[in-house]
Design a protein around this ligand. Structure first.
Ligand SMILES: [Fe+2]
Ligand SMILES: [Fe+2]
Length: 166
């Protein structure tokens, strides 16, 4: 089933994929404008899922979290951490690898979006409005300090992923 929630969030994945492709098309020369748009869009997308979708699923299941919620949240933590350092080849390759698996978990048959859509039932349109009402995330400048990159690497590993080579 692909209802309004599925379509809205999957289209946002496509939009972000396109920005990411544009940002990283020349790996030695990141398109900083496209990357800034990707970064703010990704953080906003994660906020929609964390503040509207997952809480709604929890409520609609009578307080029981989705089986996949923890996996999804760990990926969000890793992706958020990856948005802090400036994008080098290693950050780019790691973001690409995590997003590929993560977005599939959400979009696939029986994945998070379909489960949420089914749980929402007649509430789907109202949930969609709530998703659309989520404000943008205020952005901080990238932090180039080595200890930040190290903290990012730990967040990536905590989520069960590995930092890719550049
Ligand atoms: Fe997500
Ligand atoms: Fe998503």
């Amino acid at each position: 089933m692909q209802g309004p929630i599925y379509r809205y969030l999957a289209e946002d994945h496509d939009r972000l994929d396109e920005l990411f492709r544009k940002a990283a098309a020349d790996r030695n020369n990141i398109d900083t404008i496209a990357y800034a748009q990707f970064r703010s869009g990704l953080l906003h997308h994660i906020r929609m899922e964390e503040t509207v979708l997952l809480p709604a699923a929890l409520r609609l299941q009578g307080g029981r979290p989705l089986a996949i919620a923890e996996r999804i949240r760990m990926d969000h933590g890793a992706l958020t951490a990856l948005m802090v350092p400036p994008p080098d080849g290693s950050v780019i390759n790691t973001v690409r690898a995590i997003l590929q698996v993560h977005n599939a978990l959400e979009e696939q048959e029986g994945g998070m979006y379909q489960v949420c859509e089914q749980l929402a039932g007649e509430e789907a349109e109202s949930l969609l409005r709530q998703l659309k009402d989520v404000p943008e995330v205020p952005l901080h400048p990238h932090n180039p300090k080595p200890e930040i990159l190290e903290a990012t690497r730990r967040a990536v590993e905590r989520a069960g992923h590995t930092m890719k080579a550049g």
